[in-house]
Design a protein around this ligand. Sequence first.
Ligand code: 0O2
Length: 231
Amino acid sequence: MGQDLPTQETEFNQLITELANSGSFSTIKNMYEAWQELMSRFRCAIMEIETKFRVLNEQFSLLHERNPIENIKTRIKSPESIRKKMAKKGLTPTSLDCIEENIKDIAGIRVICSFIDDIYMLADCLTSQDDITLLECKDYIKNPKENGYRSLHLIVEVPIFLQNEKRNMKVEVQLRTIAMEFWANLEHRLRYKKDLPEDVLRATSDGLYQCAEISAQLDEHMQQIRNAVEQ
Ligand code: 0O2
């Protein structure tokens, strides 16, 4: 996202070359098949987590006559983005195990909620399920990033059951409100991961920060109104 094509192509070629040179694969076909298998396992893990959220949403709508989830988006990280992140961490992708171990957000699911309280309620419901292991939690709602970015990020491990084996897979779960999603989408399009000149960065960061604060206030007001209605 936000990269030009030649950069993506270079990252992709580098990833292929590094994996091919690692000596972990007998042929390119073998490497390609192993890659497809790994990505398929991540897709299965996304399905597992997505189903868990859909079940919670269903049950909540039955009990409380409202849906805490507005929308769910999923994505598998692109090979280019995986290569870039490995390089940023100073790592060379020498095997698929090494990639799987170090890149925790290959499988990503974003849950867009109606209210801030729903975010924490859903995160608690998910992480208290007995097949889920919480590996990391970054609360950018209580501690927003310097640029104003807000979301709750969890890295969880979920088992997937294949024909002859059980595998634990890592999934990054991002939970945010509609207002947080609105801000993050526009900021992503405008600036995130873009090598903008210093003066443009300076000129735009205050404005974006103000927008993040305004949308956070909106979330708080909406939460207060809901609390009042429910009382
Ligand atoms: P993409 O294209 O969404 O996949 P770590 O994993 O701990 O080594 P990382 O990845 O920076 O470090 O973790 P963090 O802070 O949890 O951020 C992960 C993801 O959150 C990003 O994924 C973005 O999707 C989102 N994110 C984080 N900061 C910002 C921000 O300032 N603006 C916007 N719009 N999104 C943000 P990727 O892998 O960077 O990108």
